[in-house]
Design a protein around this ligand. Sequence first.
Ligand code: GDD
Ligand code: MG
Length: 346
Amino acid sequence: EIQPVILSGGSGTRLWPLSREAYPKQFLPLAGELTMLQATWERVASIAARGPLVIANEEHRFVAAEQLQQVGAEPAAIILEPAGRNTAPAIAVAALEATRDGGDSLLLVLPSDHVITDADAFRLAAQQAAGIAAAGKLVTFGIVPTGPETGYGYIKAASGEGARAVERFVEKPDLAAATDYVASGQYYWNSGMFLFKASRYLQELERFQPAMLATSREAWSKARRDADFTRLDKEAFAAVPSDSIDYAVMEKTADAIVVPLDAGWNDVGSWTALRDVSQQDGDGNAHQGDVIAIDCRNTYAYGQRLVAMVGLDDVIVVETDDAVLVGKGDRMQEVKAVVARLKAEG
Ligand code: GDD
Ligand code: MG
């Protein structure tokens, strides 16, 4: 009984100027025809017992509903947050919703901003994980790390192979620690996807974050419901402490299992990451839209109007109606600083 839960409340600032507050990356077709949200649903539709539980910001309700409808997703609910409180409360209200009629189901928690190239391998891993979660475990999907990325969670697995106990979960370590973890060969990256019984997640929250559970429950029980949306109570939700599931639960639980995942997973957090997962030509260039590249290597260009590039290496160009971004491939994390500057200048 797999119930997909799609987290769709992030802001995706590193993909500016395409990703905007009004239209963040999960609603954009960044890696193909479908938007990231649509691709997330399509990937799991065949193993889902029913339509997805989607948790999004109030502001994005129409985009979310319309995009789900376009792929025939018939959501179990679209739960709207008046303001983001990070992922732990978002998953809490999903779990409350899933246990609403006294039922229980296996929540397959999915960020809406990942690329997975081998959907079959992912579904197999999810089905394996479902058996483990049914026995009361909290399953995370582990990715073999390719470098000491500090933006990820790290999972130390018990020795052995295949699905096994998590000995330690460290969210976003510093560079020195991440370097040690990768060198040890004992750690996976946390993919950010989880599978557990709704009731089991609520138990762990009760144990580790009782105030978060109580306030989330309050906001959820006072929610206003209509045919399309479940709107969490604004005042009550504002009182919910903000934290991610990684810090709030996964670092603390003693009951986590890691299922290794080799499915071409990528968190497309930056333009460089997007280049790396896109179809590339023989020189490492990847383009979307109207682009001409002459004698270029390792470029990524996104053009709404025609973009022409000559003699460039490792350069990113993103052209939209009201802004153009040009930068070096290895500096794309700093796009955040552009957004911060724009905000400061109002
Ligand atoms: N509904 C809702 N509300 N969704 C949210 C909120 C919120 O307040 N905040 C974030 N999300 C959504 C984002 O849209 C994204 O789909 C997902 O939750 C994860 O949030 P991120 O903010 O992207 O997390 P992260 O990338 O820093 O870290 C997580 O993912 C990494 C892998 O990509 C962690 O789980 C790490 O441990 C993991 O390695
Ligand atoms: Mg992320």
